[in-house]
Unconditional design. Structure first.
Lengths: 48, 457
């Protein structure tokens, strides 16, 4: 990502990422099947 | 405080001039805003020109528009021609001024409304408290030491302080509904795709909604009808024709099947939030509870989708000048930029699953009542809150009940309920996609029954 993170920001970034991990665990446990498609659908020609 | 529709009627009939209304409005803003900090930009000169044009149209016998002379203001993420779009952030302060009004701003001005300024917000619309380090916090008009909610805090506070009768805001995860609740005013988050976002700074492109705030349902409906409808400049804006809502309000809630959201939405809640739900349900005769399946996962998905999309959107500036970002959201954006693609993809797949399950519920009910916020306004700077024995951080959790709804783009009215609480609080009235009429009919029914009322400080 070429994203430098200053030392003084690291504790806050870690805290926020830990919260995101908690939420991600819920999502990854959702009962999805291989046929469940993502919500946004690309529509060819939708700007025409 | 006069309603927007009362002002328009009086101006259109020649009872008072738009210039006189504007002068009164500008005086009120000068008197009230220093303590509240809702406005970040005032447009006095432009507003005087616009008001004079309305008066000239009336003098010449021309129609000045249905919202003639109605003062309004907009969240500062909406483009205003000639003004730099701050989007709440110092990193945008040196950007070139916008060259045209956002579609929603243009539509209100075309109908004769008078734009008087731009309003404070959380930086990048990423927050629920309008604690803006660079432009100052917006203070709640009902308790100046307390938060107005966010991210459209200036938009809600400007109504609650009686400075203007109409404002616009945005709602990605609850940013209309949370401040409407904490300031005690009406807000509407329309269906995703119903209101054009052309000329609005993007935050999370497939969750961003625009909508109005007002002090009564009639004004809210009139503002919604003015700004909604197809717009070729926003590819996500539906081409579906706009159904009228204002003319349906008198139908009230008669014949509507209304349920209360249980499960995830049953807590943690402060007593005033429970009291608001109980009052609304009792007034509407809503006795059934329904459960939105996996609403906690919906909230989690909205959280991850927001963090990832916003982190990606701001990645170039985060690389170059992270030190200039709003301190209250910089670390969240940096963390969001690091989210693995697999998590984002799973959230989007869950979104489709959840959408389909929730729409099944609307086969048996027409509307769902849910809390808008877990509690009423908290003092500025509050880091944590304890509700039903659970202690949690304030800033990420004020929107815990709004996120699972906007995640799938449903229309929602935030309706301030009179439940005996010291500070205001609202409920969400949620309907199926494109049924803003149902949200507003129920809001109107609650208002006419005396259970809902905007509090103007």
């Amino acid at each position: 990502l070429h994203l430098p993170i200053a030392a003084e920001h690291l504790p806050g970034v870690r805290e926020n990422f830990a919260r995101i991990v908690t939420f991600a665990q819920l999502i990854l446990a959702a009962p999805l099947t291989r046929t469940d498609e993502p919500a946004p659908i690309f529509l060819p020609g939708d700007r025409l | 405080v006069k309603s927007a529709l009362a002002i328009a009627a009086e101006v259109r009939s020649g009872g008072i001039s738009a210039s006189a209304i504007l002068a009164e409005t500008l005086n009120t803003i000068s008197a009230r805003d220093p303590a509240i900090n809702a406005f970040t930009t005032r447009l006095d000169a432009q507003a005087r020109r616009d008001a004079a044009a309305v008066d000239a149209a009336i003098a010449a016998g021309r129609d000045p528009g249905p919202l003639a002379g109605v003062p309004f203001a907009v969240k500062n993420l909406l483009d205003i021609a000639g003004v730099t779009t701050l989007n709440g952030a110092r990193i945008n302060a040196d950007s070139a001024p916008a060259t045209a009004d956002a579609t929603v701003v243009r539509r209100l001005r075309e109908r004769g409304a008078i734009l008087v300024g731009a309003l404070n917000m959380d930086a990048y619309a990423y927050g629920f408290t309008t604690e803006n380090t660079h432009y100052g916090p917006t203070h709640n008009p009902h308790a100046l030491t307390h938060s107005a909610g966010g991210s459209s805090g200036g938009s809600a506070a400007a109504i609650a302080a009686g400075m203007v009768p109409l404002t616009l805001g945005s709602d990605t995860n609850g940013s209309i509904r949370v401040p409407a609740s904490l300031c005690g005013v009406f807000g509407l988050k329309p269906t995703f795709g119903r209101v054009s976002r052309a000329g609005a700074a993007s935050f999370v492109h497939d969750l961003d909604h625009l909508g109005p705030f007002a002090a009564c349902t009639d004004d809210l409906a009139a503002a919604y009808e003015a700004i909604a409808g197809p717009d070729a400049h926003d590819h996500a804006c539906s081409t579906r024709a706009l159904d009228p809502v204002a003319s349906t309000l008198s139908a009230g809630a008669t014949g509507l099947r209304i349920a209360v959201a249980g499960g995830y939405f049953d807590g943690p809640l402060a007593p005033e939030a429970r009291a608001a739900i109980a009052r609304a349900a009792a007034t509407l005769g809503a006795r059934d509870n329904i459960v939105l399946p996996s609403a906690d996962t919906a909230r989690a998905s909205a959280f991850v989708l927001t963090a990832s999309t916003a982190g990606s959107l701001y990645l170039p500036q985060l690389r170059a000048r992270a030190q200039d970002f709003e301190p209250l959201s910089r670390d969240r954006l940096l963390a969001g930029a690091l989210i693995p693609a697999a998590w984002l993809h799973a959230a989007q797949r869950f979104r489709r699953w959840y959408h389909d399950r929730v729409l099944e519920i609307f086969q048996t009910v027409d509307a769902i009542i849910a809390p808008a916020t877990p509690c009423s306004a908290l003092p500025l700077g509050t880091e944590s809150m304890t509700l039903d024995g659970q202690t949690m951080a304030v800033r990420p959790n004020l929107g815990m009940y709004t996120q699972p709804i906007s995640f799938i783009g449903l229309p929602v009215a935030a309706v301030p309920i009179e439940c005996g609480s010291a500070l205001p609080i609202a409920v969400q009235v949620i309907a199926a996609p494109w049924r803003e009429d149902i949200c507003l009919r129920i809001a109107s029914a609650l208002e006419r029954a005396g259970a809902a009322r905007a509090r103007i400080a």
